[in-house]
Design a protein. Sequence first.
Length: 449
Amino acid sequence: MKKFYMENLGCAKNQVDAELLIKQLEDDQLERTEDPSEADMILVNTCGFIESAREESIQTFFTLHENNPKAKMILSGCMAQRYAKELEEQLPEAAAIFGNRDLGTIKEVVREVFAGDRVIKVPAYPEPKAEVYERDELLSFPGSAYLKISEGCNHWCAYCAIPVIRGNLRSRPKDMILSDAQALLQKGVREINLIAQDLASYGTDLGDHSSQFMQLLADLVALEGDFKVRLLYIHPDAFPKELPQFVKTHKKILPYFDIPFQHADTAILRSMGRVGTKESHLELIKSIRETLPEAVIRTTIMLGYPGEDKKAFEEVLDFLKRARLDWVGSFLYSREEGTKAYKMRNAKDHAAIQKTAQKYQKQVEALQGPITIENLQRFIGNEYDVLIEELVEGEDLAIGRIYAQAPEVDGLTVVMGRGLVAGQLVRCGIRRVNGLDLEAVPVRGALDA
């Protein structure tokens, strides 16, 4: 039996793709190994969203190839989908370049590669009912998993290459999503993280083009079992007004909202292709908190976008001061071919503005850090369920998360105690804030339940 090694890069959507690929390869009698040096084939599932991610993908590819030059190298994922022709010429070390729209065809690709052929395959999406969506192994921490409800995006924000890579919005059939959710629950998953480029747009490519997201949520929470649903990435221009009240009513939905506002200056937002304003964003935040005082809100801010000057940046700072969000991630604008913003600034001017954008980013971090730390104080002295992710070797403690902490992007909760198990939900009391993390201890009897 030949062995393969999977190196996954990029976002949560890419992780789901990697899990699907692993299932396909194992079904085709290949054995997965955690040691790339013993693999007969190495698959690098790449990210192609921005330049830095592409650089990481290529560097990872060559590092793995140099450590095991005998292994067949396959480059898959977003970068392979977007730049297949260029990679075919510039990356002769790759035995195959494989796109990300019909993952079920990976079996054919691998068979051809082991037969000695070089394969460049960027297939179109199959019919929705023909898509593969079975996973045996999950690459997330125990007890948690991602559930993808759609591909692509119809927003076509001026800076974003996602529609270029993954195409227009393609909602998965609801029965497939519910079946997938039930399969995850049967595996012992306690936290289902819904992912898409924009959750609220689910179903707008179907029927009468209205969102079917709220109905999907209603069907998900109707499933039997002790589990929670986390909502990741809801475009502010599509945010359902009824969602906070729904979350308040249905306790299976965590009061956690990931809303990528991206900016606060009206002219910049319009250039990006967004209809919101700083004031409308603040009003949305206010309305969520009025309905759900315990709500946790995360956002991302883009810096260095074409047209951003000091005055526009000051709008961002004012927004963050007034919004007092729980979690804020910032990143620098990347000039991406195929996007509307690409022609708004040439390469020379783009390189020159990066230093200013980096300074802006440091100011955002300096402003937001104390706000996040202050917001975390409200958890001290209260009890929450902590999903244990991993044990710290040689110590009587473990790393986990409460509802306020999404996987991989927010702070963590350090739990002091013996007998903790990864994937377990433990009722804990929060004792203190340590930087951006929380410290907790199990409440009496929590580990005996």
